[in-house]
Design a protein around this ligand. Sequence first.
Ligand SMILES: [Zn+2]
Length: 484
Amino acid sequence: MDAITFLYMLLQSLIHYLQSVGDVWDEETHWRMELRAKRLDRKRIQLEWEVEQLALRQRGEAWGDLLWFALQPWQVWAVVGVLVLLLGLYFFWRKRNHEAENSNEEDEEDHVLGNDLRWLLERIQWPVQDLQAGCEWAIHLMDNYTIYFGHILSNSFYPVLQHAIGVGSAFEGWSPREQDVVYRVLIPMTPPRGHSFHLELDSAGHRHVRNFRVRVQLECTCTSERQAETVLCFLHHPEEELRSNQDPSLLHTLCTDSYLDVHKTARWFYQLVRAVWPALPQSHSWHLKLLPSRRSCQFQVTDGTESFRIEVLFGVRRGDSDVFVSSQTREARTLSTTWPETYDVAEVKFFKYIAQQAPPDTLHLRCLQLFSRVQLGFGFSNYMVKTIIMHLLNTIPMSQWRRRYFLRRLGDINVNLRRCLEEKCLNHFVIGNRNLPQEISLPLDILSAEPPNLIHHLARDLASHSQAMSEYQDLQHQTLVSPF
Ligand SMILES: [Zn+2]
């Protein structure tokens, strides 16, 4: 305000000065004075304009002061709050946009994946036969057999044959063979009356194999109320009486030195299958062809258009667990009284458990099918691949085995295969595995055992290891897993 007053007073004094001197000057100098007056007048106008501008500016500053004074601190914070809110909304909107873009990218990825998958899945050679239908057919046939076996053997002292359990790849839902799928079943055997089975671990010289012998022991039946009338006690009746009135004991039929003999059991079962066949309803339209086998019973049933190949193994259950000793063996020279421990039943139960947990578009069996096919001829056993996949199935949630994760899971299998070879170690899936589903029952010694290394031979044989690594490299080049 002081500056305005000063300028106004200056302007007034200039006007007063011009008026007082005008009266005394002569005519000659009048035009000169007039010129000066005009110049002073322009100066006045400029000064007035400047005064006005200054006043306006100061009024503006006063409005700023007034506004700042009028806004209380809470209002300032409210304004800040609104700004923060707006900023937040902006970032939220940006994030939504970003997610939408990502979603589009995933859709595109799915689209690309879809094309890759179609191509890949077409290359997987799936068995010609409907595995599930084949399994049902095989079990139905074996159930019919079991009924007849029960009638025929009811008064004998041969092992009691229980209902067949489907095991192996077909019953797990895959097959390493496109044609001639083998439907493998295990028939549990229990001792006949007057006998008992005792499993004896016999792994001398085979640190990595758990072999058993089945010792057959005669039991006293003198006190058995129901059997006392019709069955003579093998232990306490005179031998002469037993020989003339009763069939021989199991020790005299299927045993060698008190141990159940695999070869004798297979021959006996072979005869039973052939003898019972004509009585079965299937015999009216199907043809039975028995195939040679020393440690199992293999046969083919055909009707001209369809054909089922069935392999029957015999086993004795360890307690009430899912582990058996069976006639099956992977080694060529095995004694006829040797019954290797088998985990087939536990494994098929594991695959059934997985199938129950799996969403409809789960492709874990396709993974198994693909890798089992490409392994053929490369020296890696199917069991090795299956073990790697079982370990992965037991650790990766089933939702992650759906169609859209197929390539990732194939990559996992490939990485694990390489790691196993590099580390020369692949743990057995069942033995010593404490993370199995509760549905699978294991004997205590299996549960507490140290998991055996399935590829222990690679650790001690460098030539075998380098051969395996070289085969793996070939596998990488020749199969479609190399891009992962
Ligand atoms: Zn007795």
